[in-house]
Design a binder for this molecule. Sequence first.
Ligand SMILES: Cc1ncc(C[n+]2csc(CCOP(=O)(O)OP(=O)(O)O)c2C)c(N)n1
Length: 317
Amino acid sequence: MSIVQNFDLFAHKLVDKRESFCSGHRACQGCGEVLALRHICKALGDDIVVANATGCMEIISSNYPHTAWEVPWIHVAFENAAAVGSGVEAALKVLRRKGRIPDRDVKTVAVAGDGGTVDIGLQALSGAMERGHNMTFFCLDNEAYMNTGIQRSSATPFGAATTTSPAGKVSMGQKTGKKNVPEIMVAHNVPYVATACPSYPLDLMNKVEKAKRVQGPSYIHVFSMCPTGWRSASSETIKLGRLALETGVFPLYEVENGKYRLTVEMPEKLRPVSDYLKLQGRFRHLTPADIEKVQEKVNQELKKLLHKVETSKSWLE
Ligand SMILES: Cc1ncc(C[n+]2csc(CCOP(=O)(O)OP(=O)(O)O)c2C)c(N)n1
């Protein structure tokens, strides 16, 4: 599998980068979300302020009196990471204008889980994107409310069993499909939207670096594998992220000023979605007919995306 994008110097210098999200946090073994956060922090560097919605990443990083954060960080409510980020960004602007802080770029960053983004945080996110704050919003999508005990969110995929979309005689797990928030962000006409996954760390970090350079709002939706909630082996975390791409479940792309581009090539022949599903207990109950439905939905979504990528090519230059 080749990465379409040329790596920039930043990525090559990656090993020299200091970690501003440090060890000693309490994430589960094999947590994809915390791995993504480490990559994100490495790529962002020190000149950032982070507004972090309540959720796994806040809980595991800030048990009083300890903190894993070595950059300015604010724990905010479940619903308002984007609103607090907006306020921070506006305040930094004013303080800089008044000469109260050094006149250098400090990026405001908001971080939330899928619940804090696609459900309860969506209104705040939409407002921040529409107002055009110079802020990057990261959705760390582990596809359920994991911190509070694996409840479904509107990012939970079709068929997945969670405690509030259980699998049993009367229910086959999540009945709805994933809400496409990257697409909702594109509809806000923001300069930069991307999907990413810690199984492709250079692709992820290049996107973070790009988003940081945008003078305006940007959004990165990060697929975050979760052994605890997905009932998968912690040793398979990276493999699951790769399988998500190779089966077409989670393609990696970016949308720069409305132009779609795949950043990691899809394999010529996609693997069957069952290769991805069978490693996860949350899909264990699915019948062959259910799996067929999942496959159809994946094919459909991918087709729509590839069409956008193709039509963008004609106006890329
Ligand atoms: C208004 C409100 N409702 C419910 C909660 C309880 N709560 C805290 S975190 C959370 C789930 C977080 O899920 P998600 O955003 O997906 O992040 P994850 O923990 O999966 O990383 C919930 C329901 C809350 N803090 N505030």
